[in-house]
Design a protein around this ligand. Structure first.
Ligand code: BT5
Length: 264
């Protein structure tokens, strides 16, 4: 990563501070530190590799140097946009922004596995971690952590995966510039952040939803939470499943994992 070039290439975007590192423990952990020292809104932390990248629910995300993108974007609450009532939407922000870039700029058939994984042909190419920190009932800040597998060498071996995975270069069959991709992702994030509470956001998320019409089950560490056919995304960003008897139930993301019924 050519840090001065990357910094300069991001300078035209309406971001806060931009921090780039060859290696960190986790960009989300560095972002937490930046927030403590007064990071302005939309500040960005990027690292070439992570030694303790965080997945959801205490899992690990592997970021190999020079092969992937690992970034954390710092958001603060905003009336009418980022607030406790819109957290369901915030969880879809990065996947929608990312999937749109992959479809429009690379002609890749990107889909979103609710709540926030991006898949290409059923394989995970990017993961998103939404760290929400609270001050009582108010949100104090949100760190959107995004990891994208770019080069083939970014994909961990199968025994380290809880879901099939791929990289953008494998899927696209050509080289992809991490810097170009980063700029496109940030432009898309900024655009969709400004449209977060517009109907077009949910419509776009819904149109990119993986497994539509398929039987899935939703699990937590306590077991199965729900099962049914994937119907779509609700106005609040929840997943709507339809049971065999035709009853619709909405699920909020929280601690949930989604799997196709015949896969596990
Ligand atoms: C996620 O978790 O998919 C969220 C990943 C977020 C990573 C970003 S990188 C920048 C920022 N800073 C951080 O520290 N984190 C964020 P989850 O759905 O829990 O998936 C984690 C699981 O995916 C692991 O337990 C592995 O099985 C698998 N995995 C690990 N590394 C992977 C990779 N590079 N590609 C695909 N799967 C991976």
């Amino acid at each position: 990563m050519d840090i001065p070039l990357w910094k300069e290439s991001l300078a035209h975007l309406p971001l806060g501070d931009i921090h780039l590192y060859p290696e960190v423990s986790s960009t989300n952990l560095v972002a937490e530190e930046k927030i403590k020292t007064g990071a302005p809104p939309f500040s960005l932390v990027i690292a070439d590799s992570q030694t303790q990248g965080k997945g959801r629910l205490g899992r690990t995300w592997i970021t190999r140097g020079g092969k992937a993108l690992a970034l954390s974007w710092i958001l603060y609450p905003e009336p009418g946009r980022l607030q406790p009532e819109t957290l369901g939407m915030v969880s879809g922000l990065a996947p929608v922004a990312l999937a749109e870039v992959l479809k429009e700029n690379y002609s890749l058939p990107a889909e979103i596995k609710w709540p926030n994984d991006v898949l290409i042909q059923g394989k995970k190419v990017a993961g998103v971690l939404v760290d929400v920190r609270w001050n009582g009932c108010e949100i104090s800040d949100v760190i959107l952590g995004i990891g994208v597998n770019v080069a083939a060498g970014s994909v961990p071996p199968p025994e380290e995966l809880n879901f099939p995975a791929t990289s953008l270069e494998e899927a696209a069959g050509k080289e992809i510039s991490r810097l170009d991709l980063l700029i496109q992702i940030m432009e898309s994030l900024i655009k969709w952040h400004s449209r977060l509470v517009e109907p077009s956001f949910i419509q776009t998320w819904d149109s990119m939803l993986a497994f539509k019409g398929d039987q899935v089950k939703l699990t937590t560490d306590k077991g199965i939470r729900g099962q049914g056919k994937v119907a779509g995304i609700s106005d609040e960003g929840s997943l709507i499943l339809i049971s065999e008897s035709g009853i619709e139930t909405e699920y909020h993301s929280g601690e949930i994992q989604l799997r196709l019924v015949d896969r596990i």
